[in-house]
Design a protein around this ligand. Structure first.
Ligand SMILES: *Cc1c(COP(=O)(O)O)cnc(C)c1O
Length: 517
């Protein structure tokens, strides 16, 4: 190395030291509830502050760079903030943060065992653990577990649908869409995640490849309607996607009746447990996830409720699908597989199970978090999120039923309405669909959400639609470990805020009398 290169390396190392101090400082202040969730600046303003050397690309002094880190911190969403509720992720687990830093420094590419021996082994251990938690293997034979970490559950679902399609149509991997006559269809509930539609776009099935099954009163996929759709002779179902914890309502589809139908018709069952999979660490496991072990494939995102740094997701398969996975995904790459003389290494090459080439070792952070907290620690976090949601529901139904109404409370999600004073029905559920009153109620959450943005995010909550209901507020707690009195205070502040903002809206009578539709 030239002398000047060496000097530069030393300087860079010093910069790492200085920036780590800055980052640690930001961690110690990350759940400060006295600062706003984020600065309310627009793209152009942030761009001006963040672009250092406009046009020239000249090297910047370390002090300037450190300031720039500060700017990035300043204009970022504070996801560990106690009022950052409803995005399905939140405060990261600091053991996961430490392991993620190590993953970055190692820079091991987790495709062949030879190039990432420790991370490949950790990934296998994490897959064994998760497969056991979901009942795909037992603790005696967990070394048979099959799965990989994937960059997000959306991507995992894409791979699962590919496997389902290539299992049903043996020629699919060679002939592509020439392998089938009838249109292949994947069935899922109308509240299922949009990643299923995106997967169908990529698999060449188009949006028509998705057959959406209505939900019943409880928000679950309607079993009768699913059975009917599976019998429709005009298309050919190749997969049912059950959702364990929907994004909008938190509801778990009935995995047992769905898996019975899939067994009878020999159809691949994929369970999207991206959000609700965390229930496998919870007291409510048996209620929500009964039957999940009968899935052919499962996706789960540990970066949601468990608090792993984004991204940290796994695709788990039934052990009997191992050969199908490696046969369907694998293509020849002699430049990579140069250890044929070492049969041990060969059988652990993850590259044969994935469409990726370069892969980050996302399993390490999950594994470290698990080692640090134990299964009990995970259970505490998950049950803490659930009890926070139960407290919100109780506050609404016991103290505020005159002004609020709960649609669903499942797992850590609460869906609720503010009952506007002009409402004539005794329940929002009874307001006739698409009546003036229905539309007026439907508008309110978006208006309150807008007020929230212009008030510089005192909270961040979401509004959603489901079934025939007008829009409702949806809160999903994903960070849990807070003092009881702080939780209570936050719940009350939030409901007061919604109530206050609603009464400021001119919509109440105005919209109704203007006959807004
Ligand atoms: C978040 C979510 C996904 C997507 O998961 P990513 O890991 O963010 O890709 C899929 N399904 C459901 C039900 C989700 O809530």
């Amino acid at each position: 190395m030239e002398n000047s290169d060496k000097n530069f390396e030393n300087q860079a190392l010093q910069f790492v030291n200085r920036s780590v101090s800055l980052i640690l400082e930001s961690i110690s202040d990350r759940d400060n509830s006295h600062v706003p969730l984020r600065e309310n600046e627009k793209f152009e303003q942030i761009k001006q502050q963040i672009s250092l050397s406009k046009g020239g690309g000249l090297p910047q002094h370390d002090d300037v760079l450190l300031d720039a880190f500060g700017t990035v911190l300043k204009y970022s969403m504070r996801t560990a903030h106690p009022r950052f509720v409803s995005q399905l992720y939140g405060e990261t687990d600091l053991y996961g943060v430490a392991a993620d830093f190590l993953t970055t420094v190692l820079n091991n590419n987790v495709h062949v065992f030879e190039l990432a021996p420790a991370l490949t082994t950790v990934e296998a251990l994490a897959i064994e653990h998760l497969s056991e938690m979901f009942g795909l293997v037992s603790s005696e034979n967990n070394s048979q577990a099959v799965g990989i970490f994937v960059p997000g559950s959306s991507y995992g679902t894409l791979v699962a649908l590919f496997l389902a399609l290539s299992q049903k149509y043996e020629d699919f991997c060679v002939k592509g869409s020439g392998a089938y006559d009838l249109k292949p269809r994947v069935m899922c509930s109308e509240d299922a995640h949009y990643s299923i539609e995106k997967a169908c776009l990529l698999l060449g099935l188009g949006l028509n490849g998705v057959c959406k099954i209505p939900t019943d009163k409880t928000g679950r996929m309607c079993i009768g309607a699913l059975a009917e759709a599976l019998d429709d002779p005009t298309h050919s179902p190749f997969c049912v996607v059950a959702t364990a914890g929907t994004t909008t309502t938190g509801v778990f589809d009935g995995l047992e009746p769905i898996s019975n139908l899939c067994r009878d018709k020999s159809i691949w069952l994929h369970t999207d447990a991206a959000w609700g999979g965390a229930a496998c660490y919870s007291e409510s496991k048996n209620r929500h996830l009964a039957g999940v072990e009968r899935s052919d494939s499962i996706v789960f995102s540990a970066h949601k409720m468990l608090g792993a740094p984004i991204q940290c997701s796994a695709l788990l398969l039934k052990p009997k699908h191992r050969d199908h996975l490696t046969r369907s995904v694998n293509v020849k790459a002699p430049y990579l597989y140069q250890t044929a003389e070492n049969p041990h290494a060969d059988s652990h090459d993850i590259s044969k199970m994935t469409f990726q080439c370069g892969r980050r070792g996302d399993a390490l952070k999950f594994w470290f978090m698990m080692q640090a907290r134990g299964v009990d620690g995970f259970r505490e976090r998950v049950d803490g999120c659930v009890s926070w949601a139960q407290e919100l529901e109780t506050e609404i139904t016991t103290n505020r039923s005159h002004s609020f109404e709960v649609l669903h409370q499942t797992f850590s999600t609460v869906c609720f309405w503010h009952r506007p004073p002009f409402m004539s029905a005794s329940s929002v559920r009874d307001v006739p669909i698409h009546s003036d009153e229905w539309w007026a109620i439907d508008k309110l959450p978006a208006l309150v959400r807008e007020a929230m943005v212009s008030d510089a995010y005192p909270f961040l909550i979401t509004h959603c639609r489901s079934g025939n209901h007008p829009s409702f507020y949806r809160i999903s707690f994903a960070s849990s470990i807070r003092a009881q009195d702080e939780r209570t205070r936050l719940i009350n502040e939030l409901l007061d805020y919604i109530e206050g903002k609603t009464s400021e809206q001119p919509v109440d009578h105005g919209l109704l009398h203007a006959g807004l539709t």
